[in-house]
Design a binder for this molecule. Structure first.
Ligand code: SF4
Length: 348
């Protein structure tokens, strides 16, 4: 018995025979065939074009990605933000606006999912709104005298950033930290010139790799774009902008000694002093970073942050890049944990 029909019943078999031999069946078969042909044609056209595109250009150009991203996160002088809060970085702690959007796709990136899905957030903020929120947060803590934007690329929507810097310049705040991957500062020399007009700016260029091939492997970008952050450093030097360089070079899981030597020699060619002051960082495997690495098939070992917090605390407690010397053998630091808790009241 199936669906209440007895297939052994001769009447039923006769009905099926009649149905097959009827015109209705022919029409149905034709419709199904045509639909299948259409679906499979569309399917293969789509898959074919994706594969063709991937074969033609398997790596993306960060400058093209910049334009596409800016189209989705910038409206006039407004930019999309995910949230605002504080982190205990930069000695005194820093009020932070978490922006949406980046022009790289680093595999070890800990940024929120908004990096890849720009439509997850629809809240646009003007520079005035952002400045007001960040200075309010900073004023809640007597030690915090710096602000920044993080979680994405700060130089996207450059005018938004310039307006923020202008507001900071006129305020009581000491510093605006521009954390950047250096792609746009390398491509647009004039951006570095613009930044040189501000006294309260500190630009922190974060280098991801030590060679063009490694850069492609870690970011998915074209190998040539490896040279843009290095050019950014030259531009910043040329216009005497207050800047520093950090690199994801202290973590042997992501940079082997040869790549590190290559990175150091590239930097040494620009200025040996940069090598001496280089902030070498260790990659902290936040869940987002772990997910991205696993998705890319990167062998992530079981190293876990000793005091990563889940649930609602996650929103307020954030550990971000720290100088490698402060990692204290990756042990739980009571001082740092307390510092995080102190920051709690500034989360909004
Ligand atoms: S690590 Fe920084 S530069 Fe790389 S994708 Fe994430 S936000 Fe962008």
């Amino acid at each position: 018995m199936m669906f209440g029909l007895n297939f052994r019943c001769p009447t039923w078999r006769k009905q099926i025979f009649n149905f097959y031999s009827s015109g209705l069946c022919c029409w149905l078969v034709k419709i199904v065939n045509l639909s299948l042909k259409f679906i499979s044609r569309e399917f293969f056209i789509t898959i074919g074009s994706i594969m063709e595109a991937a074969a033609a250009n398997p790596l993306y150009d960060p400058l093209e990605l910049t334009l596409r991203t800016e189209g989705l996160i910038i409206k006039g002088n407004k930019r999309k933000y995910l949230r605002f809060g504080t982190t205990p970085d930069y000695g005194t702690g820093i009020a932070t606006g978490y922006v949406v959007g980046c022009n790289l796709r680093c595999l070890f990136c800990w940024s929120h999912e908004t990096r890849d899905d720009l439509d997850l957030v629809q809240d646009y903020y003007s520079p005035e709104d952002v400045f007001e929120i960040l200075s309010d947060i900073a004023s809640m803590h007597p030690r915090i005298d710096k602000i920044r934007i993080s979680d994405g690329e700060a130089t996207l929507g450059f005018n938004h950033l310039l307006e923020l810097l202008e507001l900071t310049e006129k305020s009581h705040l000491k510093l605006f930290v521009v954390e950047t991957n250096g792609i746009l500062l390398g491509n647009h020399e004039e951006y570095a010139r613009e930044l040189s007009k501000f006294k309260k700016v500190f630009v922190r260029v974060s280098l991801k790799a030590g060679s063009p091939e490694a850069f492609s492997r870690k970011t998915g970008a074209t190998p040539e774009s490896f040279f843009l952050p290095l050019q950014a450093i030259r531009n910043l030097r040329k216009y005497q902008v207050n800047f520093g360089v950090s690199a994801m070079s202290a973590d042997p899981r992501f940079m082997d000694p040869l790549e590190r030597i290559s990175l150091i020699s590239y930097l040494g060619q620009i200025d040996p002093k940069i090598v001496l002051k280089l902030e070498e960082e260790f990659i902290i495997l936040f869940p987002t970073a772990r997910k991205r690495l696993e998705k890319a098939g990167w062998n992530v070992n079981n190293y876990q942050l000793p005091f990563y917090l889940k649930g609602p605390w996650k929103k307020y407690l954030q550990m971000s890049y720290r100088h490698v010397n402060s990692l204290e053998k990756q042990k739980l630091s009571l001082r740092f944990t307390l510092k995080n808790f102190i920051q709690l009241r500034h989360g909004i």
